[in-house]
Design a protein around this ligand. Sequence first.
Ligand code: GN1
Ligand code: MG
Length: 346
Amino acid sequence: MSTDILNIASNFKIAGEPASWEAIGNGHIHKTYRIKTGQNDNPGYVLQLVNTSIFPDAAKINSNINNVTRHIKSPLQMIPAKDGRYYFLQDDGLFWRMFNFIPGSRTIEKTSDPAVAFEAGKAIAAFQKGLEAFSGKLHIILPGFHSLEKREHELMSAFRLVANERKKKAEVVYRNFLRHSSYMKNYEQGLINSGIPFRITHNDTKLNNILFDEQGKAICMIDFDTVMPGYVAHDFGDALRTLANNAPEDATNINDISFNTELCSAFTKGYLSQAVSFLTKAEYRLLPEAPAFMTYLIGIRFLADYLNGDIYYHTRYQDHNLDRARTQMALLDQIFQQKEAIQQLF
Ligand code: GN1
Ligand code: MG
């Protein structure tokens, strides 16, 4: 493996020779490695093996990423392969891409620090703001990515079709989710009816998709695979789903799960510090309910994948996706309990 990774890295236009690698990041989809070269003054590179069963048209995502990162002048840029393309295709079809590694940068899985939450909010709004004037064309990589109708349909057909132990284990949480279906449909209809603009949004704003420096200041967003036209409320809500949960996304003890309104407040302040300059009144009004909506949406995606036999998300153990789904369900309850406190932040 060691030589393979370094060999792959040597197909990109990097300064010096690749000398060592380590696996980094905690994404559920791709595999990510940091490459170091022998030169001490070179912070190295980030090499990614793209999951082409989820992204069969990976070259198109790379073109999106390039357009977006250049437009916002992100400190994170793609490194071309030696043939000038922004990817390297291995003989067996594996699809690789590379970015620069930003010195001193790191991702954060969990925080209890409101200053980090503030920074996260600011970074997400700054990303949206940076793309306000983007006039290029983006490929729609995953159509209906945050569509409730599509995600509920996927869950219900998975539940209907499956007839095994997993169905039995999933049944309680499945029914608990669907109790909220009409509430969620109302919210989505509200988004559609409000006439709010489609902007270029990130669509995967969990905390570990933001890079921080050693002092806890946000550097930039990462993981641009899902950058597409969308609603800003989805970015806002998805971030709080991970950031303001006092437990991890895949907690195994439901009693650990609670919604941290202090972190939510700091995040909201950071977000609004940038976003007030571009949000419409209607967009603003739709923010407070977004954490509940996104927790539901991602929760039912985890559950559908569990029923489908873990074909989408990387899992580390048998019932991992079920634990993720149960966590989202418990978090949703907690968010509903804090509804007034959240509303008061606006
Ligand atoms: C995936 O790639 P990663 O781990 O940052 C997923 C998101 C989910 C998230 C749940 C392309 O994000 O939509 O919200 O897992 N990305 C894709 O943790 O499906
Ligand atoms: Mg990620």
